[in-house]
Write a new protein. Structure first.
Length: 98
């Protein structure tokens, strides 16, 4: 997504609002994620995968769902990194049953 500074600032601002809302709604995000870093990460994903028009036409609810997915994946990655091999096996088995 190529854009001007004003467009980038607008995009970042919208992402910041959604991330702040998600962190307020789900304390695990606030505990396990760095606000600035996750905003940068989501902004990078947006730049790489969406045109400015697609981003601007995305509903707030869809953006919230997408941000929540990215944030959940990041938290899960952190949790997974802290598990012992035995705990990871138990986790894998639990996921497979779902």
């Amino acid at each position: 997504m190529l854009s001007t500074n004003i467009q980038q600032e607008s995009t970042i601002s919208r992402i910041e609002r959604v991330v702040a809302t998600l962190m307020d709604e789900n304390p695990i995000f606030k505990e396990d994620l760095n606000y600035r870093e996750i905003v940068k990460h989501i902004f990078k994903i947006v730049q790489e995968h969406l045109t400015l028009d697609k981003f601007n036409n995305m509903s707030d609810e869809k953006l919230k769902d997408n941000c929540s997915f990215v944030m959940s994946t990041e938290v899960l990655g952190k949790i997974g990194a802290e598990l012992t091999p035995e705990q990871m096996t138990i986790f894998d088995d639990a996921i497979k049953r779902k």
